[in-house]
Write a protein that binds this ligand. Structure first.
Ligand SMILES: Nc1ncnc2c1ncn2[C@@H]1O[C@H](COP(=O)(O)OP(=O)(O)O)[C@@H](O)[C@H]1O
Ligand SMILES: [Mg+2]
Length: 403
């Protein structure tokens, strides 16, 4: 079995070089534990072509047309990214680091985490610290390391049962409340429920796969995806979207299903050549359309496992997200703009600094109302990025904007 290190070899600034921390390893079983030839209940070999996950992709003409117009736009960006090298490798690396922070923040906030992008970024920079004050920090720390590994090693992480279990495990590695179930399928039912304000159950939104069928359905899902991608059964984005929907419907883990589904989306997009996913966060876009996300899942789940299964609400929703992601990546490809690398606070600081031309630490603190430490951190970042120049020494130090 291959060991893939989960670490924080990021380069936010040269000073961080010594802050690299290893979080342990993801163990990957590279032998294909699931193959095209998974046997089915009655002992024969799976007929993937006529399996439920395939037949539900017989879509109507107008849905196909709507999907393909999105695919055309998305694939145009995919190809531009492959063919042109307008972005410098350092720029791509910085953008990816910024995406890791943004995606981690968004993906965890969708699930109720309260940390802002700036707080996530601070945690990303200080990953040597391995004890975290709050639950929110524990969750974010594990996600940061796991997403970093996905971006670094996507070609070495097959879509297999053991990889998925390990992604779940490393994602929750620091989370005290998840130690009992991390890296294992659920053992109790995990219905998606609606509660009123006092916490009383008012209805079941969705009843996922029961625990005793979870492993079987996960094996089928993985076996189907392996066959479908190898055989190029449909366009890769349709295969990815179909996989992710089913994964969420199975809800294989006690908790962490939404977050692992988004890690897997990144992994699959990268494996299929959608490298622009490391420039723009799709999780942020989902966070911004959270109501539509749930609505699309709900609508598609209505006829789940019936003859009337209709994948179109989910496919259209997620393709809109991918299209938006591609459009934003295209803007980046066309305009190597460093402002995309900044968080909201950093951008506010930078825009203020540009108006000033020159400033001192104290004027920045007074004008922006940020904590002194924040002003120092941002100043250092901008110095590292060669956007500021230091003038003078000690108390008389001033900074000049290099535009
Ligand atoms: N009908 C649904 N309504 C809301 N969320 C759903 C529904 N079906 C599946 N989900 C998924 O379940 C996730 C929440 O499941 P959960 O296991 O708590 O994940 P996590 O712990 O990562 O939040 C949502 O983010 C969403 O991706
Ligand atoms: Mg949850």
């Amino acid at each position: 079995m291959e060991q893939i290190p989960v670490n924080f070899d990021h380069g936010f600034s040269p000073m961080d070089g010594d802050q690299e921390a290893s979080l342990g390893t993801i163990t990957i079983d590279k032998t294909h534990e699931i193959s095209h030839y998974l046997t089915c209940d009655y002992g024969g070999i799976m007929d993937w072509q006529n399996f439920r996950l395939s037949t539900r992709l017989r879509l109507s003409g107008d849905v196909i047309e709507a999907l393909y117009s999105r695919i055309a736009e998305i694939d145009a960006v995919k190809n531009t990214f492959r063919l042109t090298h307008t972005l410098l490798p350092q720029t791509i690396e910085r953008l990816t680091q910024s995406v890791i922070v943004t995606s981690t923040g968004a993906s965890n906030r969708i699930e109720g985490n309260k940390l802002s992008d700036d707080e996530v970024e601070a945690l990303y920079k200080s990953m040597r610290i391995k004890s975290f004050k709050t639950r929110d920090e524990q969750e974010v720390a594990g996600y940061l390391g796991t997403l970093q590994t996905v971006f670094d090693s996507y070609d070495d992480i097959p879509i297999s049962e053991s990889s998925i279990l390990h992604l779940h495990q490393t994602m929750l590695a620091f989370s005290d409340k998840d130690q009992r179930h991390m890296g294992q399928y659920k053992f109790g039912s995990n219905r998606v429920e609606a509660k009123d304000q006092s916490g009383n159950l008012v209805g079941v939104i969705f009843d996922p796969t029961p625990p005793h069928l979870t492993q079987k359905e996960m094996q089928e899902l993985i076996g189907w995806y392996d066959w479908a991608t190898t055989e190029k059964f449909k366009h890769p984005l349709i295969l990815i979207a179909n996989f992710i929907f089913e994964y969420l419907a199975i809800h294989p883990f006690q908790d962490g299903n939404g977050r692992t589904s988004r890690l897997l989306t990144n992994l699959m997009l990268l494996q299929q050549g959608y490298n622009f996913t490391s420039l723009v966060s799709h999780e942020k876009l989902v966070e911004q359309s959270k109501a539509d996300y749930y609505l699309a899942l709900n609508k598609t789940q209505k006829n789940w496992k019936t003859d009337a299964e209709d994948m179109s609400p989910w496919l259209l929703f997620i393709f809109d997200i991918f299209r938006q992601q591609a459009i934003e990546a295209q803007v980046l490809l066309e305009s190597d703009q460093f402002e995309y690398l900044l968080s909201e606070k950093q951008l506010q600081f930078w825009q203020w600094a540009r108006q000033q031309g020159q400033f001192s630490r104290k004027t920045a603190i007074d004008a922006l109302g940020f904590a002194p430490r924040t002003v120092e951190d941002i100043t250092k970042k901008l110095l590292d990025m060669r956007k500021l120049e230091r003038l003078g020494q000690g108390r008389a130090t001033r900074y000049r904007v290099i535009d």
